[in-house]
Design a protein around this ligand. Structure first.
Ligand code: CR6
Length: 810
């Protein structure tokens, strides 16, 4: 009934009045937002329940995607779009004098993630719902999402992200489906009729309460679920008058320690945080998730011996790896299944994706800490390790080095990636080159031991969020040209290739880009009071701040351009707008220095009249999904300049591409496949290759002083970091200077500088030829279909999970 405008108005008004007890005139924007969202949620309820019934009836196997992060962004707009209600909703609200956009703007981003990994999870969920893949997301309902970034005096300051402040109209709390998660205590071993039984005693008990959020498929009646768990004390209604002071005090401490488990998302992207709390979170998620899955499975008449045939458990990176010993625990201790059979079920149910090869991000847990927190789980991990090492010994007799290298427990640490590989039937990397590095370097021994487990699934992004929703003007232009089939079948974007020579299409593409630049320029003017030239090349690097992503290299090219322009202000180059955005992990000092450097450079350049506004540098505060939706459509150039081998895939690169931006990139991660897809002419490639970088690493690196001493541009830039000439203060960026020179430039910034600058000059020249440039944009959009997460999740479904799509009838 919401498809009818009059009915929509009536129901919306009714909700405002009955639920919020105010008239439309009195209602605040928040009231309107809550009323609208809850109206939509109720509207999809029937389909939501129906989808699950259909899955139980028709699906041979269902997937549970475990991830400690899902970075959804704002749900309202996506939900309206996928339901096909956007237009009617807008018109109905217009009639009532209400602006839909202002309602969408007050919605908080669901920021339950750090960066690419969490956003990938969100893209996968959208694609799976849109394809009818029976999938359920599982995560933690963090009270505070990723911190909000404020920039004060050029520095990052972190502010709590209280995203639930006004409540979350999308979620449904399922108290009756709560389960108990047990920590600490001890394990008593009982010998029952010659059979060992393990009894966990004196443990700390925590309640995991599920909250379900709908994941709505694109116009297909399908509503999947993202289940988030919050940690709560087991006894909530205590009569304090009957308790002693000590008991009350003890209860308060217990309550606090319990709630801390789902309090906050760890704000580090790649640095391993050795905190007990983090381990607690990981076990909390998998134990709660598995228990609810098994309960439902059994309720529907499932037999545990068939569990793996019906259920696929996917672990997104190593964070949910404890699903392996936890499933073993449930099968052995609670379901009375023997080890070998339990191991068979587990290793046929679980699959694992690796997302990084950076050593600092590969999780390892100290045995003593682990044992204290999870005594029974430790026993199981220990046993898995013993058995695995025996198997290795049989295969490689006396090869101690290899066995030590592959062991799950070594040197008093538990290696989670090893546990993940040993306990799952599939291990995949996220781009071809990343998977090759896993197979041939980082996990070579495991690949030799079990090659059949390893496979590649190149990442993808949902084109419905990143093109259809984020860039309506471009979407319309595409649909006018090739029809709207691309929305459900992104590979048909390839039909645009024939428009790359069509001047009227290209003229329109130019207008769309300009329109999107205007929107971003307005935002920048409003927030930062900086004017942007709409004819300038909008060159963007938005992503987490990290040395390997090399924002520094980008800054050095900008400084080089600045010096060149200062020496010759009349130089004939297109003007350029460099935009940065991204958060630094709070404890990562170097990343924070990089933010300060960008802001300092921005301050110096933007006010310098000599260069005649040819350069502008902007650091966007608090980069997040909803801001990203403004940035990609407005950009001309996509900076993907990581040190080759370091970026497992990258997904921002795909979001730019589909919005018609041209990549300036190294041959790293998915950039390689993007270049293969668009061809060398439509991609600006520079820098060392993976093989070259790895070969340097094997041979102890290179001497960065040589570059400093032989390239006057590099010397001038580096000196300016510490000599006070540019930033008015001596030693201002000494830390960066040292890392590049005295710490031997681990990320090859100086080594790649010359090629980067040359390629930037080439790009500028190309931009001068408007139609050639627009041809490149068209080619990029046309070839972006294969980077849709529809393609990626279909590959997971077919080759890893063996699940089939289910069409949900009305
Ligand atoms: N930081 C990779 O670094 C990849 C995403 C998603 C990352 C990035 O290249 O695109 O995962 N890795 O696969 C981790 O988070 C561990 C990321 O987002």
């Amino acid at each position: 009934m919401l498809k009818d405008k009059e009915k929509f108005k009536e129901m919306f008004l009714d909700r405002i009045q009955t639920i919020y007890g105010v008239t439309i005139e009195e209602a605040s924007v928040t009231d309107k937002y809550m009323a609208l969202s809850s109206l939509i949620r109720d509207y999809i309820y029937r389909n939501w329940v129906h989808t699950h019934r259909e899955y139980d009836k028709k699906a041979e196997r269902q997937v549970y995607y475990f991830s400690v992060e899902f970075l959804k962004g704002k749900p309202l707009g996506n939900n309206l779009l996928n339901l096909g209600l956007k237009d009617v909703c807008k018109e109905a609200l217009d009639d009532l004098g209400i602006d839909l956009e202002s309602i969408e703007n007050i919605e908080n981003d669901v920021g339950l993630g750090n960066g690419g990994l969490g956003r990938l999870g969100a893209c996968f969920l959208e694609s799976m719902a849109s394809l009818g893949i029976p999938c359920h997301g599982c995560t933690i309902r963090y009270k505070y999402g990723l911190f909000k970034q404020k920039i004060i005096d050029g520095y990052q300051v972190e502010v709590l992200d209280n995203w639930l402040r006004n409540g979350n109209p999308w979620e449904v709390r399922k108290t009756d489906k709560s389960v108990e998660v047990k920590f600490k205590g001890k394990v008593r071993v009982n010998n029952k009729n010659g059979k060992m039984a393990f009894i966990h005693e004196d443990y700390e008990s925590i309640l995991a309460v599920p909250n379900d959020m709908p994941i709505i498929g694109y116009r297909n009646n399908t509503v999947n679920t993202l289940r988030t768990f919050s940690a709560e004390p087991k006894r909530t209604e205590l009569d304090f008058t009957l308790l002693s002071r000590e008991e009350v005090q003890k209860y308060i401490e217990y309550k606090h320690s319990v709630e801390s488990i789902s309090e906050i998302l760890y704000p580090d992207d790649h640095n391993y945080e050795g905190k007990v709390l983090r381990l607690k979170q990981q076990y909390f998620l998998v134990s709660a998730g598995l228990q609810t899955i098994i309960r439902r499975f059994k309720k529907k008449g499932g037999m545990m011996k068939n569990f793996h045939e019906k259920v696929a458990i996917h672990i997104n990176d190593t964070h949910p790896t404890l699903a392996i010993p936890e499933l073993m625990r449930i099968l052995i201790d609670e379901e009375d299944i023997e080890w070998d059979e339990a191991w068979y079920i587990t290793t046929n149910a679980i699959s694992y994706t690796n997302h990084t090869i950076l050593p600092e991000a590969l999780e390892k847990w100290n045995v003593d800490m682990f044992k204290g927190l999870l005594p029974r789980i430790y026993m199981i991990v220990h046993e898995i390790n013993e058995r695995f090492c025996k198997e290795l010994w049989n295969r490689y007799p006396e090869d101690w080095d290899r066995i030590r290298n592959m062991a799950i427990i070594n040197n008093n640490y538990i290696n989670m990636a090893h546990l993940a590989v040993v306990g799952s039937y599939s291990v995949n990397g996220v781009a071809k080159v990343h998977t090759d590095i896993l197979k041939n370097q980082v996990m070579k021994n495991f690949y030799d031991f079990s090659p059949y487990k390893f496979n590649n699934k190149t990442n993808g992004i949902t084109h419905r969020t990143w093109l259809l929703k984020a860039n309506p003007k471009l979407s319309n232009l595409i649909t006018d040209a090739i029809g709207d089939k691309w929305i459900k079948e992104p590979s048909s974007l390839i039909k645009l290739t024939s428009y790359s020579q069509d001047s009227s299409f290209k003229e329109n593409l130019f207008k769309v880009k300009k329109h999107n630049k205007q929107i971003l320029a307005d935002l920048i003017k409003r927030e930062y009071n900086i004017n942007i030239d709409l004819d300038s090349i909008v060159d963007v690097q938005v992503k987490r701040i990290h040395e390997y992503k090399r924002q520094i290299l980008n800054v050095f090219n900008i400084l080089n351009m600045y010096y060149t322009l200062k020496d010759n202000p009349d130089l004939d180059i297109p003007s350029r707008t460099f935009i940065f955005g991204g958060k630094a992990a709070p404890g990562y000092y170097m990343a924070k220095e990089i933010i300060k450097l960008i802001n300092s450079v921005s301050y110096v350049i933007n006010k310098d009249k000599i260069i005649k506004d040819k350069l502008k540098v902007i650091f966007l505060e608090n980069y997040r999904v909803s801001l990203a939706e403004r940035v990609f459509p407005a950009s001309d150039v996509s900076e993907q300049i990581s040190t080759a081998s370091k970026e497992a895939s990258g997904t921002g690169n795909m979001k730019f591409m589909i919005n018609g931006s041209i990549t300036m990139g190294t041959l790293d991660g998915a950039n390689i496949e993007i270049r293969d897809a668009v061809g060398d002419d439509n991609f600006f490639n520079f820098g060392l290759t993976v093989d070259e970088v790895l070969s340097y690493y094997r041979n102890g690196g290179y001497n960065s002083w040589d570059v400093y001493n032989s390239d006057y541009r590099v010397k001038r830039i580096l000196d300016s970091l510490i000599d006070g000439t540019l930033f008015g203060e001596k030693d201002k960026f000494r830390m960066i200077y040292e890392s590049l020179l005295n710490n031997n430039d681990q990320y090859f910034v100086l080594k790649d500088f010359d090629d980067y600058v040359k390629t930037q000059v080439k790009l500028q020249e190309r931009y001068k030829n408007k139609y050639k440039w627009l041809e490149m944009c068209t080619e990029n959009i046309a070839n972006a279909g294969k980077f849709s997460s529809d393609r990626t999740v279909k590959e997971y479904a077919k080759h890893i999970w063996k699940v089939k799509e289910v069409q949900v009838e009305k």
